[in-house]
Design a protein around this ligand. Structure first.
Ligand code: ZN
Length: 208
């Protein structure tokens, strides 16, 4: 049985996996999935605070569909990849957008403590083709996307990643954010919901 809180092993993230989001940041849609990692130490859970680091003046939300791996996947076919999924979770890929622009790679911008709020794991595996993900800040909708709008589907992402690195039970894949990313400021409450599946809500505070 999935536990309410789990510690992912590695967290593999996908950049620019929705056309409108790539466009809003002035980027092309990549020809192959664009991958990066977030450290497991960035994980927090429902109700925990997101801390705004002093190093950044522009921290943004990225609501995403998260896939938790249940079985070892190495050079997996899309079919085997789907069979190896344990659950779906709501993910907030919190990003220091200013540092993402200035740094050559994204480890710092994506890696601060508290930058990966995770919802509870789904109790069963929902239909991967009909998932949606909604982001609200202080109750106002900021982002809405569907898995059917992804540039690279969930099965193709898992198969692709598994040809580069073995995906192990408990690993998390964050599948990219739809358009509508925007700033978080102290006092905000940000919620990511995959309706009927998983949600995570977090207050935002200055780091102390
Ligand atoms: Zn993201």
């Amino acid at each position: 049985m999935p536990s309410e809180k789990y510690r992912p092993g590695k967290i593999v993230c996908v950049g620019r996996n929705y056309r409108e989001h790539a466009r809003e940041l002035g980027n092309e849609v990549p020809k192959e999935p664009l991958l990066f990692l977030k450290p497991p130490s960035s994980v927090v859970f429902d109700g925990d605070a997101i801390s705004l680091p002093a190093l950044s003046t522009k921290v943004e939300h990225e609501g995403e569909i998260g896939v938790v791996i249940g079985e070892t996947l190495r050079r997996a076919s899309e079919k085997d990849a789907v069979n190896g999924i344990r659950s779906i979770v709501a993910v907030n890929d919190v990003t220091a957008r200013d540092l993402q622009k200035t740094d050559g790679q994204w480890t710092r911008a994506k890696g601060f403590d508290t930058f990966c709020p995770l919802g509870e794991e789904s109790s069963e595996l929902p239909d991967l083709e009909s998932l949606s993900v909604v982001t609200r800040v202080n109750g106002v909708e900021r982002q809405r996307g569907k898995s059917s709008e992804m540039v690279f589907s969930i099965p193709s992402l898992l198969a692709y990643i598994s040809r580069i690195m073995t995906l192990e039970p408990g690993d998390l894949v964050a599948t990219g954010t739809p358009s509508g990313v925007g700033p978080l400021t102290a006092g905000d409450v940000v919620e990511i919901e995959i309706p009927g599946v998983s949600r995570v809500s977090n207050p935002v505070q200055e780091s102390r």
